[in-house]
Design a binder for this molecule. Sequence first.
Ligand code: B1M
Length: 233
Amino acid sequence: MADEQYEEIDLAALPDADLVQQMHSDLYDGLGEEIAAGTQILLDRGWSAEKVLNDALVEGMRIVGIDFRDGILFVPEVLLAANAMKAGMALLRPILAETGAVRAGTVVLGTVKGDIHDIGKNLVAMMLEGAGFEVIDLGVNTDADRFIAAIQEHKADILGMSALLTTTMPYMKVVIDEMKRRGLRDDYIVLVGGAPLNEEFGLAVGADAYCRDAAIAAETARRLVEARRAASA
Ligand code: B1M
C-alpha cells in the first residue's frame, strides 16, 4: 500500500506546466534530489536559468513562505524546503552568474555583535535567496565596521540584522548610528529581526522595517527594493 502511495513520478515525462507544479510540491516537501532533477530537465528543455529560478523555485518558496507565515509549516519544514531549493540553486547559480541575470537585489545579513544565535538568520538568508536576492552572510557576532564595510564592498541594497538577546538588540542602533555618522544611512534599506524585537523597537532604532519572520523579511525586502527603484526611476 505504502509503495502505491509513494509511487515515483517520472519528472521527465511531465509537460512543462505539470513539472513546475510538481516542483512546487517537491519544494514544499523538502525533496532536494527531485528539485535538482526538475531544474536540470527544465534547463535541458531550453528554459533560461532565470525562468527556472522564478517560475519553479522562487514561486515554490513563495508558497512555502505563505504557509510558514500562517503557521501551517514550521521551522524544520521550512529549513528542508530551503535546502531543497539550494539543490536547484546549485545548478542555476553558475549559469545566472555567467548570463548576469537580473537579481532582486543584494542583502548583507548578520547577527549582531555579542550574539551567536544564527538559526533564524540562516532561515532568513534562505528565504531571501528564494526570493531572488543575493545574500552576503556575515555570520554571527558582527560589529558595525564589518557590516558597513560589507554593504559598501558589495554595493548592497539592504542591510539585515538579527539579534536574539535583549542584551544584544541595542547594538542595532549602534550600527545604524554609525551609518548616520558616516553619512551612509539613506543609501541603504535597513531591516531588523529576531524574537525579542518588535515594530516599535525597529522604529526606535531607525530601521526601515522590523520583520517578524523569514517570510515577512523576504516580502518586505522585495517590496522596499521595488519602491526605492520606482522612486529613483
Ligand atoms: Co539561546 N537564548 N542563549 N541559544 N536560545 C534564547 C534566545 C532565549 C530566549 C532562551 C530563554 O532563556 N528562554 C534566551 C534569551 C533571553 C533574553 O535575552 N531575554 C537565550 C539565552 C539567554 C542564551 C545564552 C545567554 C545562554 C547562556 O549561555 N547562559 C547564550 C547566549 C550566547 C550568545 O549569543 N552570546 C545562548 C546560546 C544558545 C545556543 C548556542 C545554545 C543556541 C543557539 C544555536 C544557534 O543559533 N546556532 C541557543 C538557542 C537555540 C536558543 C533558542 C532555544 C532558540 C532560538 C532559535 O533558533 N529559534 C532561544 C529560545 C527561543 O527562542 N525559543 C534562545 C528558532 C528561530 C527560527 O527563530 O531566531 O526567532 P528566531 O528567528 C525568526 C525570527 O525572529 C525572524 O525570522 C526567523 C525565522 O522566522 N528573524 C529575522 C530572526 N532574525 C532575523 C533577521 C532579519 C529578519 C527576521 O533581518 C532582516
